[in-house]
Design a protein around this ligand. Structure first.
Ligand SMILES: *Cc1c(COP(=O)(O)O)cnc(C)c1O
Length: 388
């Protein structure tokens, strides 16, 4: 089956829901049983039967089943946000005294989790250059437990060589996790390259309309049990019924939306590349992107998120450019239908590979507007920059 077709049917069970096309949002905490014996002497996995709202409802099971189809894994665990998914994958396997290897261009709150929280539990993190490939072997210690990747880094867009890193990790018995939010399983499937945990901020393209917080970790059956036990049982993390309903609804149109984001983004990226005010465009689908060949080898497409690096101008000029755009909302996040702009400063957090400008960096999410309107808007703003 093609991915578009899979996404239409995944997790839907009309026969179990009075024929309703969509699995409804089950708003449930308590589940009433017929017999006391069933309550006290339960058998089987609690993650496969409706037992209690936090552990899983028919909405949870439908969303998790559909996400496992999207990411081509045995199972998927729904969580309350993308960040809960990042943390959930890490916490499923780490213990006191462990060491983590994390990509230098990782989503910033993950750095903070590692540096400010996991340190409290005696878990140490070191960072690796996104382009490290098989040389990651030199950074592995006897207590390295997990290698955490993001493909591409969601501000600076380096693509790590995941197959090369996974090969090293597997040989050493180390787990791997990859944040797949930029692609979703529609454009890239880390599990097909042997990654143990595929992390998604479903808040972004999967929900797709900027109206819910939702996260997912997709993995093998044995790791799923660990994931759910730690996240849902011990840490009390569960996704809301309405949010999972919106996640399921988003999945049905994910293919058409991502295909359109991709077309729009490529048109805008190509236009930006030729603009005299811009030093470079960071978008893996452009042939001059440093890891374009890796992207072409491993990915089926590119989504709507990219960054630009301006020619040298002061920060105030970059802020004025961002403030002046009409079609781009100034905002964090991405993956909704609308375009967004976000100035950022990689020099503030990169520790392995220092970032060099030369000018300010700005992230753009290319939405579903007509790209001609977006280009006109960007053109008007860029023409006011001194470098133009
Ligand atoms: C947004 C994002 C997250 C966190 O998702 P939330 O739903 O906002 O918690 C994690 N990773 C990446 C790459 C993201 O873009």
């Amino acid at each position: 089956m093609k991915r578009q077709t899979e996404l239409i049917g995944a997790g839907r069970h009309p026969d179990q829901h009075h024929g309703a096309v969509n699995v409804p949002p089950y708003r449930t905490s308590t589940v009433i049983r017929e017999k006391a014996e069933e309550m006290v002497h339960r058998r089987g996995s609690p993650f496969d039967e409706v037992m209690y709202g936090r552990i899983g409802t028919p909405t949870t099971f439908a969303f998790e089943e559909a996400m496992a189809v999207l990411e081509n894994t045995d199972r998927a665990a729904a969580l309350s946000s993308g960040m809960a998914a990042c943390a959930g994958a890490i916490l499923a396997v780490v213990k006191q005294g462990d060491h983590l290897l994390v990509q230098d261009s990782v989503y910033r709150p993950v750095r903070r989790l590692c540096d400010e929280f996991l340190t409290r539990m005696g878990i140490e993190t070191s960072y690796f250059a996104p382009g490290i490939g098989a040389d990651i072997e030199g950074l592995i210690r006897s207590n390295t437990r997990l290698i955490y990747l993001e493909a591409p880094g969601s501000q600076t867009f380096e693509i790590p060589d995941i197959p090369a890193i996974v090969e090293v990790a597997k040989a050493k018995g180390i787990y791997t996790a990859a944040d797949n939010t930029w692609s979703t399983g529609y454009f890239y499937r880390p599990a097909d390259h042997g990654v143990d945990f595929t992390v998604n901020a479903a808040t972004k393209y999967i929900v797709g309309h900027s109206d819910a917080m939702l996260g997912v970790v997709a993995c093998r059956e044995d790791l799923f049990y660990e994931m759910k036990t730690v996240s849902a049982m011990f840490l009390g993390n569960c996704a809301g019924s309405e949010e999972m309903y919106l996640g399921l609804r988003g999945l049905r149109t994910l293919a058409v939306r991502l295909d359109q984001h991709s077309r729009n983004a490529l048109a805008v990226a190509e236009w930006l590349s030729a603009h005299p005010a811009i030093d470079r465009v960071l978008y893996p689908a452009l042939p001059d992107h440093p890891q374009h060949d890796l992207w072409k080898r491993d990915f089926r497409g590119a989504s709507g998120l990219m960054s630009i690096v301006l020619k040298p101008v002061d920060e105030a000029a970059a802020f004025a450019f961002a403030d002046g755009l009409h079609h781009f909302g100034l905002g964090a996040s991405f993956g909704g239908y609308e375009s967004l702009v976000l100035p950022f400063d990689p020099t503030a957090y990169r520790t392995v590979e220092p970032w060099s400008g030369p000018g300010p960096a700005i992230r753009l999410h290319i939405g579903l507007e007509d790209p001609e309107d977006l280009i006109e808007d960007l053109d008007a703003g860029l023409s006011k920059l001194p470098a133009a």
